[in-house]
Design a protein around this ligand. Structure first.
Ligand code: C5P
Length: 410
């Protein structure tokens, strides 16, 4: 983990009421280890899950709980506290806290602080999957996204997985390390934006090729690496369009997402996102689609299963690399390989006509995992093997290399 990356940075942590509150304690430890300072606000709900004493011991400061506590207000009032911070982190961000923030409600210390702050707010939602998928919560999230005026609300997670309540789906709070990464990205982005004024296009996730109205062909791409790259480019100031296949991820801060299903839709969305200076195509595009999609659900028949005729999908990366005047100045592809990593990736780079290729060895478990070990290969010959690191760290390193590329004299 990046020790020192938050040196001297001040983080106001709001701990809401949810079972994930215990992970906020680990988050405090990680922020302090990275050199950051933390002060905590504990909501009444949060206090049902973690004690003020644990938070005070870990932050090294008294914990703020009430809006009208005279001692607290003389030490550092809620307005002062919200100004003191460089970043406000809400973890866990419950449906209730999100709703209050989206509607400007200010009936306790946490919601009042969220309304009073002029600093970026990083939300780490955690709630039951049905709650997260409820249109009311989605509308509140969209409303908060709409408030993004330079500082605004940013999101990390929720993750998909088994929940404390026994259900499965998106709703689990992001891991503390991922929240720390997002906090670092937000804070570093504010300080240094070498890609300001550049347009970037990123593809991510799998494609879904319909067979009939209820079935389809797809793959196991989680979209995590591509989403992290879109977020890292945006943090460096780029104006980012993320063309995404179906995944269970929220769009990173400051990124415009275009949701697609099939390879053909992805190709059209990529075309529509041009012109761009930078294109990073990480999507796992299905190689084939079904020739004729059935208009009704294909029935089991006595004469056996149907035969699906597959036809080739367009290669979006090769097409974009060959594009005429609209070709982005820097086109980066990804190569997932299980053997002869470098050799195969180099061959892919020249076959597809892109400028760089990021090669990753997927013989180990990479899909959906947090970590990634990649080699950056340049058409001009350069080759850099990066040590195994989190997907967020790979994304930041790539964004920095891209920024350096545009800084260097042509
Ligand atoms: O050929 P392969 O799928 O391994 O190539 C991987 C790279 O090509 C990735 O950057 C991927 O996004 C891109 N690609 C594409 N369109 C396809 C297939 C792959 O853009 N149909």
């Amino acid at each position: 983990m990046s020790t020192g990356a938050l040196n001297g940075r001040r983080i106001l942590l709001i701990v809401g009421g949810g079972i994930a509150a215990y992970k906020a304690l680990e988050l405090v430890r990680l922020i302090r280890k990275a050199g950051g300072e933390v002060r905590a606000i504990l909501t009444a709900g949060g206090a049902a899950f973690v004690t003020p004493l644990s938070l005070a011991a870990l932050t090294g400061h008294p914990v703020r709980e009430g809006l009208f506590a005279p001692d607290d207000e003389t030490a550092m009032g809620h307005i002062e506290l919200s100004r003191w911070a460089d970043l406000v982190v809400v973890a866990p961000a419950t449906a209730g806290l999100i709703a209050k923030a989206a509607n400007g409600m200010a009936d306790d210390l946490a919601s009042t602080t969220l309304l009073a702050t002029d600093k970026p707010v990083l939300m780490a939602p955690a709630m039951n999957v049905r709650m997260w998928l409820h249109p009311a919560v989605a509308a509140n999230v969209a409303r908060l996204d709409g408030f993004d005026g330079g500082t605004g609300f940013h999101w990390v997670g929720p993750d998909e997985g088994e929940m404390a309540c026994g259900e499965f789906g998106p709703g689990r709070m992001a891991q503390p390390a991922a929240i720390l990464d997002a906090a670092e990205t937000l804070l570093s982005g504010a300080a240094d934006q070498p890609l300001r004024g550049r347009r970037a296009l990123v593809t991510a996730g799998p494609t879904f090729e319909a067979v009939d109205p209820v079935r389809g062909l797809t793959n196991r791409s989680s979209g995590k690496q591509g989403y992290a790259i879109a977020g890292a480019l945006a943090a460096l100031g780029a104006e980012v369009t993320l063309v995404s296949g179906p995944v269970a991820l929220t769009a990173p801060p400051g990124v415009t997402r275009v949701a697609v299903e099939s390879a053909l839709q992805m190709q059209a969305a990529v075309q529509a996102a041009l012109p761009a200076d930078i294109a990073v195509l990480t999507a796992a595009v299905a190689d084939w689609r079904v020739d004729a999609v059935a208009s009704g659900k294909i029935k089991k028949a006595p004469d056996g299963p149907p035969t699906l005729r597959l036809i080739e999908n367009p290669d979006i990366l090769a097409g974009l690399s060959a594009a005429g005047p609209d070709r982005p100045a820097l086109v980066v592809g990804f190569a997932a390989e299980t053997e002869n990593l470098i050799e195969n990736a180099r061959a892919k780079l020249s076959r597809k006509g892109c400028d760089w290729i990021v090669a990753n060895d997927v013989s180990d478990d990479v899909f959906g995992a947090e970590g990634n070990a990649v080699t950056l290969i340049e058409r001009s010959g350069g080759e850099e093997a990066w040590p195994r690191q989190s997907k967020a760290a790979v994304a930041r390193a790539l964004a920095v290399r891209i920024a350096d590329h545009f800084k260097a004299p042509a």
